[in-house]
Write a new protein. Structure first.
Length: 245
C-alpha cells in the first residue's frame, strides 16, 4: 500500500479523528478566521466545495453560518466521507459526497463536480500537503478554473518550517497539545509515549510540505487577488486568495 493510500483505511482515519484532530492547536481560531475571510469576499455563497474534506469539519462550519449554501464534500477516503455524512446529517443541509482523488487532474471530471461547478468558495483542510509541489501548483490552477469570478479559495494547511529549529518548536507544541488532549480523554500514556507515537506515526512519510510563502507566490502567478497568509502558527497556516473578475 502506498503511503498516501493509508488514508483510505478505516484504522488510520479513526486514529486521526479520535486521537489527533481534536488536539490541533488553535483549531477553533483557524476556522473562525477562515469564515471571516470567506464572509468578506463571498458573504452569501451559493455553492462551495470542501476538497479533501476529511470528516467535514470545515463544511459544517460553513453550513452553520450559511444555511442556504449547497456543499460538495470530496475526498478519496471512504471512511472519511462516511464520517462526514454522520457529522452533517443533523444539519439537514443540501450536500453531496464525491469520492475522488485530486492527485491527478481527472478529479475535475467527477460527475458531482461537473454538475455543481462553478463554486463561490473552495476550501481545503490539511489535505493538499500530501501531493508533490508540482502537483500542488497544478491543483491550485485547477481550483482557480472551478471558481466563479470573485470566488474565494482558502487552504488550511500543514506547511514547511523555515529551519530545523523552528520545525522542532512546532513538534514540541503539537506534542504538548496531543498529551493534554489524550489526558482529557482519560489516557494513561505519558508525554514520552505520546511523543514516540507522534514521531513514528505511519502517515508521516506522506507529508510533502512546502513553505507558505512559496505557495502564496504560486497563487499570485495563477491570477488570484488578495493573496495572503491569514493565520500562521509554526507549521499550521491558513492562506488563499480571490479569483479575479
Amino acid at each position: 500500500m502506498g503511503k498516501e493510500e493509508l488514508w483510505k483505511t478505516a484504522a488510520l482515519s479513526q486514529t486521526y479523528l479520535a486521537g489527533v484532530r481534536g488536539a490541533i492547536p488553535l483549531a477553533k481560531e483557524q476556522i473562525d478566521i477562515l469564515l471571516r475571510v470567506m464572509g468578506k469576499f463571498r458573504p452569501r455563497p451559493r455553492r462551495f466545495l470542501d476538497l479533501g474534506c476529511g470528516d467535514g469539519v470545515l463544511a459544517e462550519a460553513i453550513l452553520r453560518q450559511h444555511k442556504l449554501a449547497r456543499g460538495v464534500l470530496a475526498d478519496f477516503s471512504p471512511p472519511m466521507l462516511a464520517a462526514a455524512q454522520v457529522r452533517l446529517i443533523s444539519l439537514g443541509a443540501w450536500v453531496e459526497m464525491a469520492e475522488l482523488d485530486f492527485r491527478t487532474a481527472e478529479w475535475r471530471t467527477h460527475p458531482v463536480i461537473q454538475q455543481a461547478a462553478p463554486f463561490d468558495v473552495i476550501v481545503s483542510g490539511l489535505a493538499i500537503h500530501h501531493v508533490p509541489d508540482e502537483r500542488k501548483r497544478e491543483l491550485y490552477a485547477e481550483i482557480y478554473e472551478l471558481l466563479t469570478p470573485g470566488g474565494v479559495f482558502l487552504n488550511l494547511e500543514h506547511v514547511a518550517s523555515a529551519t530545523a529549529d523552528i520545525e522542532k518548536l512546532f513538534e514540541e507544541l503539537f506534542i504538548d497539545h496531543l498529551w493534554a488532549y489524550h489526558q482529557k480523554q482519560g489516557s494513561s500514556d505519558n508525554r514520552q509515549q505520546i511523543a514516540d507515537a507522534y514521531y513514528n506515526r505511519p502517515d508521516k512519510a506522506a507529508n510533502l510540505l512546502a513553505p507558505v510563502e512559496t505557495q502564496c507566490d504560486w497563487l499570485r502567478e495563477i491570477g488570484f487577488n488578495h493573496v495572503d497568509c491569514f493565520f500562521k502558527i509554526f507549521e499550521l497556516a491558513l492562506f488563499g486568495g480571490v479569483k479575479s473578475g
